[in-house]
Design a protein around this ligand. Structure first.
Ligand code: SAH
Ligand code: SF4
Length: 336
C-alpha cells in the first residue's frame, strides 16, 4: 500500500474522512509491530556551539545574539543520573556540530562515564552532526548505539536552498554521513522538516520514499518553525500557516508508519511548539518515542533552534503509555 509517489501524495492530501482512516491504520500498524507503548529518551542539549550556518537554525554560527554555552561534565552526569533514576531507559546527547579533537575526546569520555554511572543500563543516542568515520567508531566503541542525523530534506535542490553554498553544508556529505553511521553499527535515525519555504508535496512524498530506500531504523520529523534573525526567516511570507505545517507533519508520521511499520518514530518537540497537545497527537497517529528535555534549566532558553521552542514537557499526559526502564531499540534494526 502506498508505495508510489502518487499514492503517498494522495495520503498526504486526503480529505478529513480519509484522514481518520489514515491515522487509524497507522495506529493499528504501530500497535501490531512495535506495541502501543511509548519510549522515553531524556534529551540533554549539550552545547549550542556550532560550526555550521544552516539558514533555518537559531543557533547557527553566524548568529551573534546567542549566549553560547557548553555543559560541564558534571551537569551532563547529573542529567543522565536523573534519567537513570527516573527509569527513562535512554538519553539523547544533542548539540551543535563541532569537529575539533578536544570536543570529540570529551564526548567519548561522557559516553563511557554515563555507561558506568548507569551500570550499562542507559541507552545512549547521539545527535552531534556530521563527523568522520573514525569519530563515529570512537563514540560507538565508548557505548553509544543510536545516532540521529536528519537529512532535513531529501531534495538536493531544496537542501541547497536552505544551506549556505560554502562547501561545509553539502548534501553529498550528509548522505555519506548516514552511510558511515550505518557501517559503524549505529541504529540510524534521520528525518526532515515539514513546511519549509519552497518545499512541495512532491518533495514530502519523496522524503518518505527516501527514508524507505535508506531503510532507516528511526525517524524524527517536525514542522519547520521560523527562527527570527535567520536568513530563511526572510521567506516567511511563502509559508503555509503553522496549523497546516502541524497537520502535514502528523500525516507524514502516519504515512511513514504505514510504509515502515516497525521503526521508531519520534513525537518531536517542534510539534509541541505549535500545539500544546502536539506530541500526544503524534502518538495517536503512529509515533512511539518522546524525548523530554532534561537539560539543566538555566541553559534551556539558549538552545533556541526556533521561536517558541518549549522549555519543558509535562509527561504526565503520557503516564499510562510510557514503557519505563527500557532502551526501546528499533524493532526494525533487530530484524536486520
Ligand atoms: N547540530 C545537530 C543537532 C542539533 S539541530 C544537527 O544539525 O544534526 C537538531 C535539528 O533541529 C535539526 O536537524 C533541524 O531539523 C532542527 N531545526 C533547526 N532549526 C529548525 C527550525 N527553524 N524549525 C524546525 N526545526 C529546526
Ligand atoms: Fe548547527 Fe544543527 Fe543548527 Fe545546523 S541545524 S546550525 S548543524 S545546530
Amino acid at each position: 500500500m502506498g508505495n508510489t509517489r502518487a499514492e503517498i501524495m494522495d495520503m498526504l492530501l486526503c480529505d478529513t474522512a480519509s484522514r481518520e482512516m489514515l491515522f487509524e491504520s497507522a495506529r493499528r500498524l504501530r500497535n501490531e509491530n512495535v506495541g502501543d507503548g511509548v519510549y522515553l529518551r531524556g534529551l540533554i542539549e549539550y552545547s549550542n556551539v556550532c560550526r555550521k550556518n544552516c539558514l533555518y537554525c537559531g543557533i547557527r554560527a553566524a548568529n551573534n545574539g546567542v549566549a553560547r554555552y557548553t555543559l560541564a561534565p558534571q551537569q551532563v552526569f547529573e542529567a543522565a543520573r536523573f534519567a537513570y533514576e527516573n527509569q527513562y531507559g535512554s538519553i539523547v546527547l544533542q548539540g551543535g556540530e563541532q569537529i575539533n579533537e578536544s570536543h570529540i575526546a570529551i564526548i567519548t569520555n561522557l559516553i563511557a562515564e554515563i555507561k558506568l554511572l548507569s551500570n550499562n543500563e542507559l541507552g545512549i543516542t547521539l545527535s552531534m552532526g556530521e563527523q568522520t568515520r573514525d569519530t563515529y567508531r570512537r563514540w560507538f566503541e565508548a557505548g553509544a548505539h543510536r545516532y540521529l542525523l536528519r537529512i532535513e530534506t531529501s531534495s538536493e535542490e531544496l537542501y541547497r536552498r536552505i544551506h549556505p553554498n560554502d562547501g561545509v553544508h553539502s548534501y553529498a556529505a550528509r548522505l555519506q554521513a548516514l552511510s558511515d553511521l550505518r557501517k559503524t553499527g549505529f541504529q540510524v535515525g534521520t528525518g526532515v522538516m515539514v513546511g519549509l519555504p519552497f518545499q512541495t508535496t512532491e518533495n514530502l512524498a519523496d522524503d518518505i520514499l527516501f527514508m524507505k530506500q535508506l531503510d532507516i531504523d528511526m525517524c524524527g520529523m517536525g514542522p519547520y518553525i521560523v527562527s527570527e534573525h535567520t536568513p530563511l526567516a526572510d521567506y516567511a511570507s511563502l509559508l503555509e500557516n503553522e496549523q497546516w505545517r502541524f497537520e502535514m507533519t502528523l500525516r507524514m508520521i502516519a504515512v511513514l508508519r504505514i510504509m515502515m511499520p516497525d521503526i521508531n518514530i519520534a513525537a518531536t518537540t517542534a510539534l509541541q511548539a505549535i500545539d500544546p497537545r502536539g506530541r500526544l497527537k503524534a502518538i495517536e497517529c503512529g509515533a512511539n518515542v518522546v524525548m523530554p528535555n532534561i537539560s539543566p534549566l538555566d541553559v534551556r532558553a539558549n538552545y533556541s533552534l526556533y521561536n517558541n521552542k518549549p522549555l519543558s514537557f509535562d509527561s504526565s499526559v503520557l503516564e499510562q503509555l510510557v514503557m519505563y526502564g527500557q532502551w526501546g531499540d528499533s524493532q526494525h534494526f533487530k530484524k536486520r
